[in-house]
Design a protein around this ligand. Structure first.
Ligand SMILES: [Zn+2]
Length: 144
């Protein structure tokens, strides 16, 4: 039975254990198809060894570090924003529970619109249905 492509590659790279290597040597010597595959793999390795790839002259370290710091900042901002929203929700709930049951309109005070309430809480309203924290995130950075 002929060896797999992976075995031929490991054989050519000298990565096979001695026993397996001996068996493959015998097989390759007797099987013209595998001998051709083995020699083609050796030729490829030789060409790759001769390939001189110039090293990059650009130092990417500052860009990578900036992105890591930015990601860490966003995670912190999400945690803080979530805490603020939670605390606001608790505060609003407490206010609703303990507030006197007199509507602002009955006190001649203007009733805030949903938009004004959202602005007061630091939230933005989208179509009156969805609230988002656009002050914290630019559009491409909003969490999924
Ligand atoms: Zn073979």
């Amino acid at each position: 039975m002929c060896p797999s492509e992976s075995e031929i590659i490991r054989f050519a790279a000298g990565e096979l254990p001695d026993e397996q290597r001996t068996l493959l040597l015998i097989h390759v010597d007797q099987c013209p198809d595998c001998k051709r595959r083995y020699e083609a793999t050796l030729a490829t390795f030789s060409a790759l060894a001769d390939w001189d790839v110039p090293a990059s002259t650009r130092d990417c370290t500052p860009v990578i570090l900036a992105r890591v710091r930015r990601a860490a900042f966003i995670r912190t901002a999400v945690a803080v924003a979530a805490s603020i929203v939670l605390a606001s929700s608790v505060g609003i709930s407490a206010a609703l529970i303990t507030a006197p049951r007199v509507a602002p309109i009955a006190q001649n005070r203007p009733v805030p619109t949903d938009q004004q309430a959202a602005l007061t809480l630091g939230l933005d309203s989208f179509d009156g249905e969805t609230l988002g924290l656009s002050a914290v995130f630019s559009p491409e950075e909003q969490p999924q």
